[in-house]
Each structure stands twice: as C-alpha cells, then as structure tokens.
Unconditional design. Structure first.
Length: 404
C-alpha cells in the first residue's frame, strides 16, 4: 500500500509538471527538436525555422510582431528549439506571449493585447491633438436692451456669415421640485473674417462691454484634447446630496454645476485639407437647495460644428434668471426697525427684481503638430544649423586665405 501511494504521488508530480510546462514538455533530447542556427542568419529566418518545428511538435505557430532582418548575433548549436527561441527573444528584447493556438513575440516595451489601457488604444506617432480655447462671457440682457446693444449684430459685422439655429425648449424632472430648461441658440460664423478676425478681438469686445457694466468675462480656459477623446471644461462647483443605495445605505453623491463644456474633436482630412468636427455639449446650471429636495436649474445646448484649422464658433442663448430682493423707499426711514412705530412699512417696500443674463461662449479650435511632424521639424532645424555652421567655417577659412 505504501509503494502504491508513493507511485501515485510521483505520477501526480509528473502530470503537474507537464501541465505547468505546456510548451516545454517537448524539451526532450530527440534530434528532431534540436536546432543549429548561424549567428549571421536573420531573426526572421530563425523564427521561420523555429515556427515549423513548433507547428510539428506542439501544433502552435510562432508569430513575430514586426519584421526583424537583423542578424541573430549568437551561434546556436544543437540546442532545443524552445531554448533557442527564448535565447533569441531575450537577446533582441522580445517577450514571449503564449496563447492556445500560437506563440507571439512582441517588443518588451509594448503592452500585450489584454493589458493595453484604454487611454493608449488608438495612439500612435501620428496622432493629432487639438487645442480648444474658450471665452465665457455673461451678458446682462436687461442693461443691454436699455443701451440698445445687440451682440449678434456686433458679431455679424466684418463680412462674416452668421447662421442662427434655435434649440427646442423642454422641461424635465430631477426631483419632485426640480426643473430643467433647455433653450439654446447656436451661432456659427463662417467667412474670411471670423469673430472680427481673431479670438483676441472678441476679447476686446467683451472687455468693452464689461467696462460699461453690461456683463463680465467669467473665464478664459484653454484645453488640449487628443483626436476622438472627450475633453471637459467646468467653471463652477460640485454639490452633494444624500441618497440611499439598493442596500439601504446612505451615500453622498456629487453633481457638477456651473458652466460646463464637454467637447470631442474629430480630425478629418479630405483632398489634403484638414478640418475639425467638434461634438459640443454645453451646460449652464445652478443648484438651489430646498427643504425637501434640491432644485437644479439647467440650460443645455448640443451641437456638431465643422471648423477649419484656427476657425471659431459662437454658442449663445444660454439664459438664466436671477431673482434679487431689494428694499426701496425713503432713505433711512425705510430701514428702521419694525418696532419704531411701524414707520418702515409706510416709508418703503420690498421689491423682487429678476435679472436675465445670457451666457456667450466663443470657441476656437487649433490643430497641433503631431509627434512625427515635430520630430521631422526638429531634424530639419538641426540640419539647417549644421549647414549654417559649415558655411560660417568655410567663409572663415576663405577670409583667412585672402588675408594671407
């Protein structure tokens, strides 16, 4: 019984070792598994030979991730084919990735297919980036009407074509007391002169309106986004509400409010001309805490805009109403305490005024050179510097010869 138990233990160890070395089970000393490879043979030729042996031995092909016509660099004589494969891979900084149907050799600095992070998918040496500049301007509509100023008319000057598209007004429910209002005006400017020629002149116009107390520039952010990747700009704050999850636990959930732009650029090319498609999602929201729930007032605009490199577009019509409580009446008397014979009620009254404000957003998209273009440009600069240096040396030698 003891001998049978020892035999079963040895047999189980052998089976586990064979399962652990699924590929290395063929490391027997049969002459069919031994290879001899010259150090002058290319890696491609060596992998081709080893791939044929692997196909016969374990029914797996060997795939090389990229062509490598360089020499193996080491003499391999009468060595097991799998050991030879490991030596070649280690010598040329390659990693063995073993699958059920094949063995793949990939450079060690690259990720295997199952380990590539989402952020690296679709990235290469020629991936384009887009720099998006924005100006958020808040216009006081009531004051602008009193002065007779219409910003749409101002922006349409200079021979540019202004297209106006109104969004639909809708209402939605966030909580029992919340309302969502969406009424958007998208103005796209096309022509030789866009926004008076440049975004800097749009800034000048906004500064003029701000100096006359007709509005204010909220922010001027700038963000660089990779092609087909969503970027987000938020000018505002996050608020939290306490909610219960499916298990009955109380959790705190945060919501973003303020002025939020979510943009995804798509770099397209046709007939050698680059242009940009911007998928825009603009939101203007504010949170008003209540006794039962929190009310969110929201204005949204969704649009797709086609722009040339360096061109601009304007998004307007994002309105918000702000209620302001003021006390008017006879100075001093209207602010007396209530217990002074009730004079404050006779000398003044509370007035609730509504200030209507409009958010105007100017967006500019600029294509950045790819990594490949930057490297080529740097190499050209280096060559130009060397040529200029050699020209200076030649001129110096010529001047020395003439002086003699």
């Amino acid at each position: 019984m003891k001998h049978i138990l020892i035999f079963l233990i040895v047999l189980s160890l052998n089976l586990s070792a064979q399962s652990y070395r699924s590929l290395k089970a063929t490391l027997s000393q049969d002459t069919e598994n031994l290879v001899t490879i010259s150090k002058t043979a290319s890696v491609d030729q060596a992998i081709d030979v080893l791939g044929r042996i692997s196909k016969q031995a374990i029914n797996k092909v060997i795939i090389l991730d990229q062509s490598m016509p360089v020499p193996v660099g080491i003499e391999i004589t009468n060595l097991n084919w799998y050991k030879a494969l490991e030596i070649i891979a280690k010598l040329h900084n390659l990693e063995l990735v073993e699958k059920e149907e094949y063995i793949k050799l990939i450079p060690q600095q690259k990720f295997s297919e199952g380990e590539i992070p989402d952020i690296l998918k679709g990235v290469d040496f020629k991936t384009r980036e887009v720099t998006i500049s924005a100006i958020f301007f808040e216009l006081d509509v009531n004051k602008a009407k009193e002065r007779g100023i219409n910003w749409r008319t101002l922006f349409s000057k200079g021979g540019a074509d202004v297209g106006v598209r109104f969004g639909e007004t809708s209402s939605g429910i966030y909580d029992w007391n919340s309302t969502t209002e969406s009424k958007a005006l998208d103005i796209g400017i096309r022509g030789d002169v866009n926004v008076f020629g440049s975004i800097a002149k749009a800034t000048t116009l906004f500064n003029f309106l701000e100096s006359n107390q007709l509005g204010e520039v909220i922010a001027s952010p700038q963000i660089t986004v990779r092609d087909r990747v969503k970027g987000e700009i938020q000018v505002g704050s996050d608020f939290s509400t306490r909610e219960k999850d499916f298990a009955g636990n109380t959790i705190e959930r945060f919501y973003s409010t303020g002025t939020i732009i979510r943009v995804t650029p798509y770099v397209l090319n046709e007939n050698g001309k680059n242009y940009i498609l911007l998928d825009l999602n603009v939101e203007r929201s504010s949170a008003i805490p209540g006794q039962i729930s929190t009310e969110i007032k929201k204005t949204k605009a969704n649009t797709n805009v086609l722009l040339l490199d360096g061109e601009e577009t304007i998004i307007g019509g994002l309105f918000i109403n702000e209620d302001k409580k003021e006390r008017t009446g006879i100075p001093i008397l209207k602010d007396l305490p209530w217990w002074v014979f009730g004079i404050k009620y006779l000398a003044g009254r509370d007035v609730v005024s509504t200030a209507r404000k409009e958010l105007i957003i100017v967006l500019k998209a600029k294509l950045n050179p790819s990594l490949y273009e930057r490297v080529v440009s740097r190499e050209k600069n280096l060559i130009g510097d060397k040529v200029e240096e050699y020209d200076q040396q030649i001129e110096k030698i010529k001047s020395q010869i003439k002086s003699k």
